[in-house]
Design a binder for this molecule. Structure first.
Ligand code: SF4
Length: 263
């Protein structure tokens, strides 16, 4: 199938399944200079042209001092395509780099979230679209299960604390192999973030681990995504969801995707 068709099918499935976009929405897409967010932006613009409902789309970037090259050429690429793009520099994040160069993700993402909400308000947006892919959902599921003791991943749809914004992740079903190919087909300049070069992180280890398994089990991510939408409460240990008078020991795990062939 044609790459764009396959991409739009997956994004359309997520948008419809989770009721991500509604009549009259103004959707602000967070673009970070990478392949995922530009793919998301282009996909939403394509869906906007075909959708039976009216909604508008704009793009924004928060400059936190982490880009390894100027973001301007990336922004110019978007502007040349007629896309409304806004860039905001977050002075607090720049100060953070000076004051605490070794700060962790918690602090950085808190600063970013604050800047995103503040600036999206000025754009008149009520929806913020984020470019997390199927790979991010799968990695987060494994990381949370193995390191935080919770069976959870990223929310496909949620709300900001004070409900000012609906936060959506329409690339939930889109693998990074697809965003890489699609961004390349657009000829979009990719501006790397310094953090993407980090090695020895849990994220990197999980990514390598999944990549290795996928050599033999190409449906691995589909199966993990399917598992996230197919929870068997009776076979987990959370007593809040267990009914001691229910259950069937003969029930076997099944779903729309095949179980790993050699597992
Ligand atoms: S990976 Fe880098 S840019 Fe992302 S939250 Fe962590 S410190 Fe910030």
């Amino acid at each position: 199938m044609d790459l764009e068709k396959a991409l739009l099918r997956k994004v359309g499935e997520a948008v419809t399944k989770f009721k991500m976009i509604r009549e009259g929405d103004r959707v602000a897409v967070g673009v970070s200079g990478g392949k995922d967010s530009v793919t998301l932006l282009e996909a939403l613009l394509a869906l906007q042209r075909r959708a039976p409902i009216q909604f508008s789309v704009c793009a924004f970037t928060i400059e936190q001092g982490k880009f390894l090259a100027p973001i301007a050429p990336y922004g110019q690429f978007l502007l040349d395509r007629g896309i409304e793009w806004h860039c905001f520099t977050d002075a607090s994040s720049l100060r953070l780099i000076d004051d605490e160069p070794d700060h962790g993700c918690d602090l950085c993402s808190r600063f970013r979230r604050r800047a995103v909400y503040e600036h999206c308000k000025t754009l008149g947006a009520n929806v913020i679209a984020l470019g997390h892919t199927a790979d991010d959902f799968c990695e987060t599921l494994l990381r949370n299960a193995m390191f935080t003791g919770a069976l959870s991943s990223l929310p496909a749809i949620t709300y900001s604390k004070n409900k000012d914004f609906r936060l959506i992740r329409p690339l939930v079903f889109v693998p990074e192999s697809m965003t890489t190919a699609y961004a390349q087909s657009l000829g979009c300049p990719v501006i790397p973030c310094g953090c993407s070069q980090k090695t020895g992180t849990v994220r990197r280890s999980l990514r390598d681990f999944m990549g290795e398994l996928e050599q033999e089990h190409p449906n691995l991510k589909d199966s993990l995504l399917s598992a996230m939408g197919n929870v068997k409460h009776q076979r987990l240990l959370d007593s809040r969801y267990l009914d001691p008078d229910e259950g069937d020991e003969t029930e076997v795990t099944s779903g729309p995707f095949p179980i790993l062939s050699n597992a």
